[in-house]
Design a protein around this ligand. Structure first.
Ligand code: SAH
Length: 218
């Protein structure tokens, strides 16, 4: 667990504890993920005007027509990404405000996160730096390309819906790696892609609702 967060957001601990209870009721079982979500002060990632709603289980606007994901879906995706085991290097596509990256930082050794909207990228970087989260590298880049120069990843997670499962991205998975991605347009489904020595296995999990994965930098 990332020591740097202890002491930050003490006042919101009770509200966060209630959020964790709700996540449990919704079926999240991974204690490592629940502990990480308890640790990260979500209210610091949204505008002050919305801070009072930061621990409601809803997605909230973060400017530029983007949203901070609903806590349930963050918890669910991280639970699937972990698959019950520890995570080494993880690539996140769609940093947004950086909340999910901050949670990932608690459960993975090293996190790379990509954002295509420059002001969001800058804000997320600043926020993560202020929280002294040091195992996240934020990049201003088009996530469609992944981050091949960083080597292979044990986990890849996408916070925006792609039109189809990306072959480019799955090639950046290490053997034993897992990728969790929302796929589709009007109707979206969460997919798990696992890579083993023999190849890739895809599993369709549940219906979801994400902003679309766009192309190029903005
Ligand atoms: N992870 C965020 C959710 C961000 S919403 C959280 O913690 O709440 C999805 C984000 O994906 C948006 O910020 C959007 O700008 C970004 N995005 C969409 N297409 C992208 C692309 N091709 N490359 C990188 N980021 C992208």
């Amino acid at each position: 667990m990332n020591k740097s967060l202890s002491g930050i957001g003490m006042t919101s601990q009770r509200t966060r504890a209630r959020l964790i209870e709700r996540l449990r009721e919704q079926g999240i079982r991974d204690e490592t993920v629940l502990a990480a979500m308890f640790e990260v002060p979500r209210h610091l990632f949204v505008d002050e005007a919305l801070a009072s709603r930061a621990y409601d289980d809803v997605s909230l606007p973060i400017n530029f027509n983007q949203t901070i994901s609903q806590p349930y879906i963050v918890a669910r995706m991280l639970e699937v990404l972990r698959g019950g085991g520890p995570l080494g290097r993880v690539l996140e596509i769609g940093t947004g405000c950086g909340y999910q990256a901050a949670v990932l930082a608690q459960v993975a050794r090293e996190v790379f996160t990509l954002e295509r909207i420059q002001p969001l990228y800058e804000r997320a970087r600043k926020q993560l730096r202020e929280l002294k989260i040091r195992n996240v590298a934020v990049r201003y880049a088009d996530g469609n390309l992944g981050l091949p120069e960083a080597g292979l990843f044990d986990g890849i997670i996408m916070a925006a819906a792609a039109p189809s499962l990306s072959a480019v991205l799955r090639e950046q998975l290490a053997v034993g790696g897992r990728m969790v991605v929302p796929v589709g347009a009007q109707e979206q489904w969460l997919y798990l892609v696992e890579r083993d020595a023999a190849g890739f296995r895809e599993t369709r999990l549940e219906p979801v609702k994400f902003v679309p994965l766009l192309i190029g930098k903005a």
